[in-house]
Structures are given as C-alpha cells and as structure tokens.
Design a protein around this ligand. Structure first.
Ligand code: OGA
Ligand code: NI
Length: 362
C-alpha cells in the first residue's frame, strides 16, 4: 500500500481478479478496496451509531399468518398490522412461515458454497467481462474514487425463463441448476404471496402491486461470496446502498448484513429457516413513501467467510410504475412521479455511491 499512486493497479485490473484469489495468495488488500478511515468503525460503535440492542429486537414476521385462508381472523389482522408498521419503520423483516423447508434453504447455501470453493479454473468457465453484469466476477467498474467490494458474486437472470443465459449457469456442483430452478419456483410463489399481503396490509386491492410489477417481472439471483478479510475495520463487503428493485429476498449463512434505521446500523441476525425481506426503492415509490426502502451494507470479517443469496424482484422494465392512487391523500400528498425502468437508472447512481430515489420525487 506504500506504492506511488500512479503505479497502483486501476480498478479494471483489480476487477479482473477475484477477491478470493487475493486471499488465497495472502496479498495485502489493494488501496481501491479501502473505503473507511482508520478508526471509523470503532468511532461508529463508540458514538452509538451501531445498535447494541439485543438482536432479538429485529422484526420477525410469520408470513403464513398473512393469508386470509390459513389463519384465524384475529391472528391475521394483527400480523397484517405488524407487516405494515414494520415496513413503514424498518423497511425489512425476517420472514418465517414461508413454506420453504429449512433443509432446502440449507441446500442452497451448500451448493453456493460448493460453487465458490471450486478451483478458480472451474469458476472461470462462467466468468463475465469486467464491464458486464451477468455471470461470475465482481460488479462492473464503479465511478472514479468509489471503493471496490470485498466480494465475488455469481449473478444470474432466473425469470422469465426465456431470459436465462445457460452458459452462465454452473454445471458443478451437479445439483446447482436444479436447486436454482426449484428456488426460482419457490421465490415466484413467495413474491406473489408477499405482494398480495403487502397490498392487503394497506387496504388496497390484493393484486395492485402484482399488476404494477407485471406478469414477466424479472427475478434475478445474486450469489455472494465474502472471503475472510484481513482489515474489516477498513473494508466493507458491500458499500451502503438501497436496492433499485421492487424488493429483495436474502438468505445468509452467517451474520454480515446491517440495515440502517433511525441513523443506526442494525445487524440482521441469522435465524435458521428465515429469509430477510428488504423493501427497495420501487416499493417505496409504489406505496407513495409509506413503506421505506431500507439502506443496508455488508461488513467484512477477519474470522470467517460468508455466503448470501439475494433474489431481486423488479417491475418489468418497460412498464410505468407509480404510487397507488388510494395512497395519495390530503395528509400524504403525492411524493413520487410515475417512472419507467427505475432499476436501470438506479445503477448509474449506485456506481457513484449515490442513491437514486430523488429522480422519482415530485
Ligand atoms: C445485495 C445485497 C446483501 C448480502 O446483493 O444487493 O445487499 O447480505 N446483499 O449479501
Ligand atoms: Ni442490496
């Protein structure tokens, strides 16, 4: 890290190499990964910017209680109220009762781990170009001055099926493709149930969000591998951001993701069988700001590596989305305009380390 600035490798060069390789070779993290000042992490804790609340305070919602057919009326109303208030304050929750067996969630983590633990040569078969999005590698080169993430990822379009690019779908471990296909089906069911429940919690027509997303609303899967990091005080797994999707569903094996609420970072606890549901900017827009898009980040760890699988559910890019009419009232005037392909526009801001939501404000 003592080299002269002009002899340091540029981001393009660093991004052609995997973080995992640097760790295996015991290389010192290059300067472009450093995104925090020395002492910043310690200051954050000291100033109370990181919550020391017991982790049990993180919201958990049993989504089996949200469907009108499957639970007693009183349970159902209470859980819907809780859903609404949680998404208005936290913008996220841990979902239980989603019907996906814990053994299957464990299997997804296992095949993801098996993929990343293979020799580099095997993974390179699915490698993307430095500036491409889909495939195995790092995110495309960010704007100048923006840090790189301490992670490798495999990004795949999984729905609609005609959008899949099989050349990026790993053949090893041998069960990878079938497991991902099954998870896609389950994620389609979960997004349908969740979108309906969120609508009902706001006294809206059950299908209103599903109609805004559209029948061919894309689903993408991002398998993240966060290698152990020698300097977790200076380097983040993923910089702070809000997602540009409708909402995102995350599976993690160990802790690492934190969510910002009331200017404090809260660690999302690991809970066997639970999935993190995270509101993103387009749900904030469609609810006219009632639901909050949750800003989040991922810490790095010197103690162990981490696997997560983020599933992004996004309205069709050529469909205009906007606030539900019934949520525009005298007390809550229209806060957002109608927008199209918000996710595409979001990406440009993300690469500059900025949020994009202002582009949709009235
Ligand atoms: C993301 C993300 C969180 C995680 O991929 O957008 O925020 O826990 N991932 O990996
Ligand atoms: Ni995210």
């Amino acid at each position: 890290m003592a080299e002269a600035a002009d002899s340091l490798p540029p981001a393009e060069v660093l991004l052609s190499k995997r973080v995992q390789e640097m760790v295996i070779n015991q290389e010192e993290p290059p300067h472009l990964y450093i995104c925090r000042k020395s002492g910043e992490a310690a200051d954050e804790e000291q100033q109370g910017d990181v919550s020391s609340d017991p982790l049990s305070h993180f919201p958990v919602i049993d989504i089996s209680k949200l469907s009108s057919s499957s639970s007693p009326l009183s349970d159902h109303d209470g859980e819907l109220q809780k859903l609404k208030s949680t998404l208005s304050s936290w913008g996220c929750f841990l979902a239980t009762g989603h019907g996906i067996p814990t053994s299957f969630l464990d299997e997804i983590v296992r095949v993801a781990r098996e993929f990343f633990e293979q020799p580099m040569e095997e993974k390179r078969k699915y490698e993307k170009g430095v500036e491409d999005f889909e495939g195995y590698g790092g995110d495309p080169v960010p704007a100048k001055g923006q840090p790189l993430d301490w992670s490798d990822r495999l990004f795949l379009d999984v729905y609609p099926e005609d959008q899949r690019k099989p050349k990026f779908w790993p053949e090893n471990p041998p069960s990878f493709r079938d497991v991902l296909q099954e998870y896609t089906v389950k994620m389609r069911m979960m997004t349908e149930a969740l979108s309906k429940a969120m609508a009902r919690s706001l006294d809206l027509q059950e299908d209103c969000f599903l109609n805004q997303f559209g029948e061919r609303a894309p689903i993408q899967a991002r398998f993240n591998y966060y290698p152990q990091c020698p300097r977790p005080d200076l380097i983040l797994g993923l910089k702070p951001h809000a997602d540009g999707t409708g909402y995102t569903i995350i599976l993690q094996d160990v802790e690492g993701i934190q969510v910002l609420k009331d200017d404090k970072w809260f660690t999302v606890p690991t809970m066997s069988g639970a999935l993190l549901v995270l509101m993103a900017d387009q749900m904030e827009i469609m609810t006219n700001g009632v639901f909050k898009s949750a800003v989040h980040r991922v810490l790095s760890s010197s103690e162990r590596d981490r696997i997560s699988v983020a599933v992004f559910y996004t309205p069709e890019a050529d469909k205009e989305i906007g606030p539900e009419e019934a949520l525009i009232t005298e007390e809550r005037p229209q806060a957002y305009k109608k927008v199209k392909d918000y996710n595409g526009q979001h990406w440009g801001y993300y690469q500059q380390g900025l949020r994009a939501i202002h582009i949709a404000k009235v």
